[in-house]
Write a protein that binds this ligand. Structure first.
Ligand code: G1P
Length: 288
């Protein structure tokens, strides 16, 4: 069955970027000149997804406005003959079919997915956590879908992380059954370094199946009062295989300040219109 839909949990409060996120969703912070969420939406489109469900919360209206038609702006750009800018603005609203559902309280990614259950329906779907920005030749989600179409079981993106950082991630244990492909035997959300079975971390791209929803209903809230996707998947593991795939590409954790800065520098260096002058500027800094 073709995966047509993607869920984007986007109700988080963005406390790591305060005060910038006091009156603006963190998903709208720009990497160079494009909001974070647009990178993930473009990855979804390039992976063959044709329906995106964004799970929003209070104060997130700017996301809806961003992907909507902006009559006034389009008219002004047209009058001024700014054809290139006009095309950029129009392309965004023409991009893809988007729906929105409100998560009334930020109770975790698992809870966000349950909120979108009706819209997702009884079919496999992709899940994107927009803090993870992935730069790759083949879109990360496309890579996961290739595994999904072969195995017909859920697939999560994984990456080796510094053992000191395991407590920031969902961590898997598994046996390698192919090139970069692991059949998962266990998973644990944000373990201490001692508890972590490996340093293979789940990155924010998933291909999920609708039987996950039952599991999310069952797991209930964790100590923080959140329904964790990792815990739902761990329960599902008792019923069917789940795979982890070491995707090819570079991941930036744009959800923290250092990761955001690194992504900004690297994306700016890659830009045709900016790269050369930005490189010159960086070289002139004479850093030691
Ligand atoms: C979430 C997930 C975690 C995953 C991480 C990837 O954590 O709960 O399992 O490893 O995303 O970025 P968060 O970053 O929301 O704390």
């Amino acid at each position: 069955m073709k995966v047509r839909k993607a869920a984007f949990p986007a109700a988080g409060l963005g406390t790591r970027f305060l005060p910038a996120t006091k009156a603006q969703p963190k998903e709208m912070l720009p990497l160079v000149d494009k909001p974070l969420i647009q990178y993930a939406v473009e990855e979804a489109i390039d992976s063959g997804i044709d329906n995106i469900i964004i799970i929003t919360g209070r104060g997130k209206n700017a996301i809806e406005d961003h992907f909507d038609v902006s009559f006034e702006l389009e008219k002004i750009l047209e009058q001024r003959g700014e054809t290139e800018l006009l095309a950029i603005v129009k392309d965004i609203s023409d991009m893809i079919n988007l729906s929105y559902v409100r998560q009334k309280e930020a109770l975790g990614i698992g809870h966000a997915l349950l909120t979108a259950r009706e819209l997702i329906g009884d079919q496999p779907f992709a899940c994107f956590l927009g803090d993870d920005i992935i730069d790759s030749d083949i879109p990360c989600t496309r890579q996961l879908l290739n595994v999904f179409y072969e195995k017909q079981h859920p697939v999560v993106a994984i990456e080796e992380v510094d053992p000191e950082k395991v407590s920031s991630y969902g961590i898997i244990a598994g046996k390698e059954v192919g090139d970069g492909l692991y059949e998962i035997t266990d998973m644990i959300e944000k373990p201490s370094r001692e508890e972590a079975p490996t340093n293979l971390a789940i990155i924010g791209r998933y291909i999920l199946t609708p039987d996950l929803f039952e599991m999310l209903e069952q797991v209930g809230k964790d100590a923080k009062g959140e329904i964790q996707l990792t815990n739902g998947l761990k329960l599902l593991l008792k019923q069917r295989p789940i795979f982890g795939y070491k995707f090819r590409g570079t991941r930036y954790d744009a959800g923290n300040k250092l990761g955001f800065l690194k992504a900004t520098v690297e994306f700016a260096l890659k830009r045709k219109d900016l790269g050369e002058s930005f490189r010159k500027y960086l070289l002139s800094l004479k850093l030691q």
